[in-house]
Design a binder for this molecule. Structure first.
Ligand SMILES: NC(=O)c1ccc[n+]([C@@H]2O[C@H](COP(=O)([O-])OP(=O)(O)OC[C@H]3O[C@@H](n4cnc5c(N)ncnc54)[C@H](O)[C@@H]3O)[C@@H](O)[C@H]2O)c1
Length: 348
């Protein structure tokens, strides 16, 4: 999702855009999660886009691409990942080699072939492990909340939260490794690297599936009638939603004035935060569709009970950036996209 949004956004700002994606998402989550449709769409619509079906674990394949373009490469936006907690526990070695080793490969390629390029890494709030779950939390009718007396109540969780001595899930651990490596290439080698710890990144281009892409998958269930399963925390767990375009706009301002090794939390913040139950209600309100759901009392390991990103550090460093998508606008856009998709599949 974020990769394709970046391609669209930057296509008229650079001479050439290179995409590297081996559609491993279909291997992780099945054909329903394939990103091939999106790669095809980009190749058809964007004349200066060139796609390479390469695996970021494959150094030789990367070497070929990086040596072809060398110092002409000005920007790397690294969004390829195994992105799910649950899946990571199935194949820890695959998870780690994609998320950690793959990131190291890309960093090394950049250092070797285009050290002046800006390197953006999409990290995750899961680097904080389950530490956010030990904040003083209050149960409200439809959501969990941080206690009003806590400093994180007003703006959300900031980057000073420890990433150490917490249960991350194997996915969180492989992302920590990558996150710290990208910081190090900024601090140690002076590369223009930036780390963005995402909240819930979303938008109509997500190939949503049960194990990843919460809002897109929830909407798919609402529209197709597929049953959605809520795992634990009474469905009151809170996530902060940010539209993929606002994510990429954050990259844009960073690129203009990169701060090597900088770490930023990036999500929808308090304003775009909602629990699963609240999202279900909003979907009904905006689209008329009722999500059919069942409840499984066992929460997902690594799931946050209430997470909202504090955007202050990023907004202080980059005052030109602000969120342009409210939660309502995000939901309405995904509803429209999923309804269109449902109409197309009915015609097929
Ligand atoms: N979506 C979210 O809510 C969220 C939240 C926090 C962080 N993130 C992070 O943001 C990034 C982008 O997330 P997204 O939602 O766009 O994910 P996505 O799954 O839509 O995109 C990742 C892409 O990487 C590709 N890929 C996976 N392994 C690969 C490999 N070995 N070689 C080449 N390509 C490979 C996949 O095929 C997929 O197209 C990821 O790093 C993810 O961990 C996402």
């Amino acid at each position: 999702m974020i990769g394709s949004e970046s391609v669209m956004f930057f296509s008229d700002k650079f001479d050439k855009i290179i995409g590297i994606d081996n559609n491993m998402r279909a291997y992780f989550f099945g054909d329903n999660a394939s990103t091939e449709w999106n790669t095809k769409k980009l190749s058809e619509r964007i004349p200066n886009f060139k796609h390479y079906s390469a695996d970021i674990r494959d150094e030789k394949a990367l070497e070929k691409v990086f040596s072809e373009y060398g110092t002409d490469i000005k920007l790397i936006i690294h969004t390829a990942a195994q992105p799910s907690h649950d899946w990571a526990a199935r194949e820890p070695i695959t998870d780690f080699t994609v998320n950690a080793n793959g990131t190291l490969n890309l960093l090394e390629m950049t250092r070797k072939h285009c050290p002046d390029a800006t390197f953006i890494f999409t990290s995750t709030n899961k680097v904080y492990g389950d530490t956010p779950n030990f904040l003083p939390l209050i149960e409200l009718e439809n959501r969990w909340e941080i206690d009003e007396s806590h400093p994180y109540y007003k703006e959300g969780i900031d980057e000073k939260m420890s990433i150490d001595q917490t249960k991350h899930s194997l996915f969180g651990a492989s992302k920590v490794a990558a996150d710290v490596l990208v910081q190090e290439y900024g601090r140690y080698f002076g590369m223009k690297s930036g780390i963005f710890r995402g909240g819930c990144l979303t938008g109509p281009n997500h190939s949503g599936t049960q194990l990843h892409g919460f809002l897109a998958y929830l909407m798919k269930c609402a529209i197709t009638g597929e049953q959605y399963t809520i795992f634990g925390y009474k469905g009151k767990q809170v996530r902060d939603q940010i539209h993929s375009e606002d994510v990429v706009r954050a990259f844009e301002v960073f690129i203009k004035n990169p701060k090597p090794g900088a770490v930023y939390n990036l999500g929808g913040g308090r304003g775009n935060s909602a629990s699963i139950l609240e999202c279900i209600d909003l979907i009904k309100e905006y689209s008329g569709h009722q999500v059919k759901f069942t409840y499984n009392d066992t929460n997902r390991i690594g799931d946050h009970i209430c997470y909202m990103s504090d955007l202050s550090r990023f907004m202080n460093d980059y005052p030109d950036w602000k969120l342009t998508y409210s939660l309502e606008k995000i939901l309405k856009e995904i509803i429209e996209a999923q309804e269109k998709l449902a109409r197309v599949s009915q015609c097929d």
